[in-house]
Design a protein around this ligand. Structure first.
Ligand SMILES: *Cc1c(COP(=O)(O)O)cnc(C)c1O
Length: 343
């Protein structure tokens, strides 16, 4: 049967998402989801869609949702594009900006989906190793048509300094996509770069800060010409009707999202202190998760397995750059107490 598949697909190592266990007793701290429910306005928006309306196709341009995003960021409607999760938009960026013989730059470690998307599209990969303590480190002369910067970075949880990101964007000849999936939990963002520089796209998601990972919605903001290119290569109806309605309602209730973020950040700081007092080395987090190294003599993989046996799921990425660390999503205070007890 293998001969029926494209060679690149035969060889492909698919992206491995975190487990979604069926057991409701599991403390699930493995996929950076938000432990709090979305805005009540989401339920109201969804119940406003009668089943009869589902017989129609959705708005192919996601206009209502994009208007809410444009108002939020003070930009034109034509500068916003919506996707079926920001994961879809990442794939569209490769489709729109990279020739078949081109390549994509990204940090290593960063979001492990990037190399998989390159392999699917059969374009080159240009991983740039991070410096000591996962710091920024791109050579001055680095050129390729597209660069993904996760900021705050994953799985390291850290925010890259704004001046380094901005200087890179100004010097870089290709398109820079700043993937701000975790920015709601961070003290700073780069949206203004997408609105002022012609080669920068900032990507946001409703999956983390807005507690809506299940509806699959993300958006890109940038210069009209870049955004137009993304529209050209997307599926006609890439965002479904229910998602558009829920996403617009959530975006218009900033106070709800920020309230949840405040709780998560307070819990994050408490758990950071607690882990540090137990000898863990915890990177300074600007996100809704921690990147922590167990005390000397304790294997990260062993901690991961031990927690798993005790029904606490976190994330472990084997490999030379990440294998000494654990990624721990911040849940509610009760969930984190169960985590600490099991630890
Ligand atoms: C969660 C995440 C995304 C994916 O967001 P979706 O909108 O759920 O597809 C993108 N980039 C990074 C770095 C993420 O952690």
């Amino acid at each position: 049967m293998k001969r029926l598949l494209r060679r690149s697909v035969q060889a492909l190592h698919a992206y491995v998402p975190g487990e979604q266990p069926k057991d409701p007793n599991v403390v699930k701290l493995n996929t950076n989801e938000n432990p709090y429910p979305p805005s009540p306005a989401v339920e109201a928006a969804l119940s406003g869609i009668t089943p009869g309306r589902l017989a129609r196709y959705p708005d192919p341009m996601s206009t209502g949702f994009r208007k809410a995003a444009a108002e939020l960021h003070g930009c034109g409607l034509e500068q916003v594009m919506a996707g079926n999760g920001s994961d879809e938009i990442l794939a569209l960026c490769i489709r729109a900006f990279v020739e078949q013989d081109g390549s994509v730059g990204y940090f290593d470690p960063s979001y492990s989906l990037y190399p998989v998307l390159c392999d699917i599209a059969e374009v080159g990969k240009r991983p740039v190793p991070l410096g000591p303590e996962f710091s920024w480190s791109v050579p001055d002369k680095f050129s390729c048509p597209l660069f993904f910067i996760t900021n705050p970075n994953a799985p390291t949880s850290m925010l890259f300094p704004r001046n380094q990101v901005e200087a890179f964007c100004r010097n870089f000849e290709g398109v820079v996509v700043i993937d701000e999936a975790y920015v709601d939990f961070a003290p700073a963002h780069c949206m203004d770069l997408a609105l002022s520089l012609p080669n920068v796209i900032v990507m946001r998601t409703l999956s983390k800060g807005y507690s809506l990972a299940g509806i699959r919605l993300g958006y890109a903001v940038g210069h009209k010409e870049l955004v137009d290119a993304l529209f050209k290569v997307k599926d006609s109806y890439n965002v479904n009707m229910l998602t558009q309605a829920a996403g617009e309602a959530a975006l218009r209730d900033q106070a709800w999202m920020k309230g949840n973020v405040r709780k998560i950040v307070a819990t994050r700081e408490r758990v950071t202190r607690e882990l540090s007092s137990r000898g863990y080395s915890v990177q300074p987090s600007s996100s809704n998760f921690l990147w922590a190294r167990p005390p000397v003599g304790v294997e990260a993989s062993a901690v991961f397995e031990h927690l798993r046996r005790n029904h606490v799921f976190i994330r472990y990425f084997p490999g030379p750059k990440t294998g000494a660390y654990l990624r721990i999503t911040i849940g509610t205070d009760e969930q984190m107490d169960r985590f600490l007890a099991a630890l």
